[in-house]
Write a protein that binds this ligand. Structure first.
Ligand SMILES: Cc1cc2nc3c(=O)[nH]c(=O)nc-3n(C[C@H](O)[C@H](O)[C@H](O)COP(=O)(O)OP(=O)(O)OC[C@H]3O[C@@H](n4cnc5c(N)ncnc54)[C@H](O)[C@@H]3O)c2cc1C
Length: 351
């Protein structure tokens, strides 16, 4: 197997992300099962490759009664839906993470499935591991210009392949542009921040999400109180809705915290970051998180492809060629599951 990447390294959405393997965000049923299958493969790869990771689980932290209500409802429904979750009262939640503000937190939804990795380390080390372990060849600086099965024309010559899988992320211009124009896929731009390393020995504990996150992942659509929470946020803080803001925190092996994020839809994504958006993300984080060093060491944005209805998109533009993209905010979570599905079930078109 050969991977053809147009840049000197993988520099798309995958390196820009939080590094959160986040099964709790996937809706009950097929997608949640796929996320758990993907997680199992991730655990195997992480163990065998030695890539650093934190299998800490996650907390969705409530600071308001309506957030607590949604968290409690989800915890009550979770066992029947296949999630391993429970509701933690204030004192128990505070014991889980030194980052939580005791004067703000009212409780938290605990889930044991989430894992933190550092995408920058993963994207550096995973190709080395896959090359060594699975004999996969990586051709960097190798833009694919066109495909006519079985020929793949690149700037560095032509390859031939029986099965061709195109994972072009949000780059819709080069390959099959007319199919992408009709696909319904849109780009989403997300702003992100990173702190310097926190003091040695300071541990975030579980990955954190704030109460705004309940309205972000479709898994929480099963909670009867979600519409009321959405309405309160829309009326009280419309700026969070305007920029699609919810807040999460992950920690890497260097002790740095990754913070985010916002969601602005439309193609193409403009290259300018908004200071207003970063300030809103930090404002919401400060409402429930207290960390030793809240200064910002890095700011960046990432872009992913998203379909308004489908969890991801499979297209078969010609026999022997399958396009897989549009994994939106769950590509890291679902990656190995989707790969396994692809290689075991063969091509099938989703739109
Ligand atoms: C800021 C941010 C935070 C996120 N956080 C999370 C998270 O915590 N958890 C999670 O599960 N998901 C998260 N996501 C989503 C996840 O990162 C994406 O769904 C996933 O990375 C998409 O992977 P991809 O391979 O489809 O696209 P990409 O990572 O963008 O990769 C596409 C690659 O194809 C290459 N390419 C394109 N066209 C060609 C061509 N013609 N020839 C050769 N190469 C080509 C590009 O150079 C690129 O390297 C986040 C995304 C962002 C942007």
């Amino acid at each position: 197997m050969t991977v053809l990447e147009r840049r000197p390294a993988a520099l798309g959405a995958s390196i820009a992300n939080f590094g959160l393997l986040w099964p709790i965000g996937q809706p009950p049923g097929r997608m949640h099962r796929l996320a758990l299958e993907s997680r199992a493969l991730w655990v195997e790869v992480l163990r065998e490759s030695g890539i650093s990771n934190r299998q800490t689980g996650s907390l969705h932290v409530a600071t308001r009664e309506d957030e607590e209500q949604v968290g409690r409802e989800f915890a009550a429904l979770a066992p029947d839906l296949g999630y391993s979750c429970s509701w933690l009262d204030r004192a128990t939640a505070l014991e889980c993470s030194p980052a939580l503000r005791s004067d703000a937190v009212v409780g938290a939804l605990w889930s044991d499935a989430e894992i933190m990795v550092d995408p920058r380390e993963v994207l550096r080390r995973l190709p080395e591991f896959l090359a060594r372990r699975c004999n996969i060849a990586f051709e960097w600086n190798c833009p694919v210009l066109s495909i006519e099965h079985p020929c793949i024309r690149t700037t560095r010559g032509t390859w031939q392949a029986e099965q061709i899988i195109v994972c072009n992320g949000s780059d819709f211009d080069l390959l099959y542009p007319e199919r992408f124009a009709q696909s319904g896929l849109v780009c989403c731009k997300l702003q992100m921040l990173r702190t310097p390393p926190q003091p040695p020995g300071w541990n975030l504990g579980p990955a954190l999400a704030g109460g705004l996150t309940f309205r972000f992942y479709s898994s929480f659509g099963v909670c009867p109180s979600l519409p009321a929470l959405r309405s309160r946020i829309a009326a009280e803080t419309p700026e969070y809705d305007r920029f699609g803001i919810h807040t999460m925190v992950s920690q890497n092996s260097a002790g740095e915290l990754t913070l985010g994020d916002s969601h602005e839809y439309g193609s193409p994504a403009v290259p300018f970051n908004s200071e207003e958006i970063d300030a809103l993300i930090l404002r919401h984080l400060r409402s429930f998180v207290r960390i030793p060093d809240f200064s910002v060491a890095q700011r960046w944005y990432g872009v992913y492809a998203k379909h308004p209805q489908q969890p991801y998109v499979r297209l078969q533009p010609e026999p022997g060629v399958e396009v897989i993209t549009g994994l939106s905010g769950a590509g890291m979570t679902l990656s190995f599951g989707v790969a396994q599905e692809t290689f075991t079930s063969g091509p099938k078109e989703s739109s």
